[in-house]
Design a protein around this ligand. Sequence first.
Ligand code: UGA
Length: 434
Amino acid sequence: MKIAVVGTGYVGLVTGTCLAETGNTVTCVDINEEKVKMMQAFKLPIYEPGLDLLFHRNIEQGRLKFTTNLADAISDAQIIYLALPTPPDGDGAADLSYVLGAAKDIAKLIKEYKVIVTKSTVPVGTADKVIKVFKDNTSVEVDVVSNPEFLREGVAVEDFMKPDRVVVGTESVRAQKLMAELYGPYVRQGNPIIFMDARSSELTKYAANSFLATKITFMNEIANLCELVGADVDAVRKGIGSDDRIGKRFLFPGVGYGGSCFPKDVQALAHSARENKYDFKILESVMEVNDIQRKVLVEKMRKYYDGQLKGKKIAIWGLAFKPETDDIREAPALYIIEELLKDGAIISAFDPEAMSNVKKVVGDKIHFGDNQYDILKDADALVIVTEWSVFRTPDFDRVGTLLKSKVIFDGRNLYDLQKMIDCGYYYNSIGRKT
Ligand code: UGA
């Protein structure tokens, strides 16, 4: 099939590349000339495991192209994906100006039937708004399909190539058939393509992300309670996760959820509930608890140092909002750094991929190391914020020798409690004994 993808952000780029991988011809279009030039020169603008290989292969084999020219990109495309940003506006509502703007530009260019797919996370009712834009700007027939994306950063290629499910929101049988044909290769193992109306599909995306954010937040609160009652959250997690109805995944407590999706989507769903005069109490609490959880490590440190963090040398392992990405959007590390700097701490940090992005935000207010050990020299404490694999089994003798005091605050529960005691560390993690 011939496909155009408008917007080469995270979702657009992964979608375009993965659609090319099953033999479709895909043209990705973006207004950012510099970025398009970069991709035309075989350079990926993001770090995502496994994407590089597919990206190169499909460009080389002529199935994946990049352009800034919308007319060229869509002229012979049967399906046009809208993968544009929907950032929160001042009220936390999703800003639809990019999506609707692109729809208008496309409407003015098309000459024959197209399926327009919204891949961006958009509030309920957006498909109707997109349909209206087409009605107002062209007499050419289109079907507008809501097709939310459920991929996770870090495992995006795998998630796209083998999705648990594909949600397709349209009542047009013609569009349903085309979408079923397109996604057939991705659901060969028998995972479903679930057809529904566009509004339900749009809400499915927000409900999924908000549910997962709620699940994590619930565990963060259980962890906080564990510390007060002397229980171990790891045990509780395993104890409840073995119940199929609860499930083992997304039960890991930590320093709050971050990233470009959960915070934005929970906010947008809460906003949409408020707009519809529904008081979505759980979501309001989830946001409140997450704000507190992001600073839980700082509070632990303040307590440990009796509020005297001024001049303390703190080494941080992990800056990205999660492992296997260089993405720092809403990363808990940024909140932690901000608080520690306010208290006058001296920070050095290491992250395998995200340091250059953090540098753009904090400049030279913190020091960045070349590797995870360099930054430990003479530090008063090590703080673990992101659970990169390289931090899982460090050389504890080396860590202990480099640190001024053997103190670790671990926001991701990476190490065995007994082992840390045996190695002579003061080890403070989340929801476990100290
Ligand atoms: C999330 C969803 O998982 C995807 O299904 C969805 O497609 C995506 O948002 C999106 O809307 O685009 P992502 O933001 O890449 O994916 O990251 P997750 O792996 O879901 O992690 C989100 C946050 O939750 C991270 O800060 C992570 O550290 C945190 N988390 C996750 C926990 O604190 N505990 C857990 O058990 C799991």
